[in-house]
Design a protein around this ligand. Sequence first.
Ligand code: UT7
Length: 359
Amino acid sequence: MSRYAEITGWGKALPPTVLSNADLELIVETSDDWITSRSGIKERRISHVAASEMAELAGRRAMAAAGIDAGGVDLILNATCTPESIIPASASYVQAMLGATKAGAMDLNANCSGFVYGYVMADSLIRAGAADTVLLIGVERLSWVMDYTDRSTCILFGDGAGAVVLQATSGEAGVLGSVLGVDGTMADILCVPNDGTIEPGSASAVTRIVMEGSDVFRRAVTAMADASETVVRQAGWEVDDIDLLVPHQANQRIIDATARRLKLDPARVMLNIHAYGNTSAATIPIALTEALEAGRVPPRGNLVFAAFGGGLTWAAAAVRFGERVMPRAEIEDDLPASDRSVWELLQPNFDYFGRLERL
Ligand code: UT7
């Protein structure tokens, strides 16, 4: 009997504190009009809790939707480029908080493409029989690496988490085509330099994203469109067969260009970038969850995931969704309320970059 991997659960966790374009106008030379017209973003979230707390809640919601408990998870894949520590991987914190005592757990860093990389890996592990149930999480606390004096980056990124549960099934579902790509020769046009082990002793020198935005933009348009076309062809689909494109939310203009290349009706494109900005590996599982909540994924629907980001990585997957598009159960719990304003949450960044400017 053939073995496939079906998405049976989905969930998200967004911190409550909003950083709006109007707020950004107060701290950098920018305008709501510029940010909206160049990126599509209106606001983003800033987390007052650790990334693992967002991951845990998104994971628990996904498990509730799947109707499973943590003891039934074989593997936790935690896609992130903003881990809480180098050792242990953040996945260990998430595993402990969930009480997933029978699971293996690891972080996976392919930057903004991390969720799609993880999805293709999870699907393959299940098909190969190495796992029956995988919890795949995309989570980022990008405010941690933001320089809120740099208007070219700080307007784009935000915090959040999304998760899916994949389970073995005999009905045809899951990945019907996939592309995983990278151009490491261009890695330094989107990076956090001087962090990690590259130069001993340098880890705390500067911890911020630097990006050559327009170069990244051009490459993202080409790579996401090429990868999407390839997976649609691999799946044997025509454009009319695509029910929903669920793209990485980095810039609405990149998403529009990808849809144009596929000749896809904009009504079949999931967009929520206005609300959360770019949450890197978390954008696609958050967008997928919201698409399901809005009834935009039909039973056995054909989806395309496509992403591009640091590395420079890109990835796409043509995905056949399962029969069930309603959650088996939902949980009421939320992240704890925050008693701090957005400015209080960002104070450590301001202190840090103020100190650097004085050096
Ligand atoms: O997750 C994947 C990785 N990230 C991405 O895919 C992001 C890719 N890049 C982008 O989304 C876009 O390049 C940006 C939104 C970052 C910038 O848009 P752009 O249309 O490529 O603008 P640009 O970088 O070419 O800059 C145009 C002008 C510049 O001024 P001059 O040199 O023409 O006088 C910038 O200094 O806009 C200026 N600018 C701003 N102005 C107001 C840059 N940032 C801002 C800002 N507000 N926040």
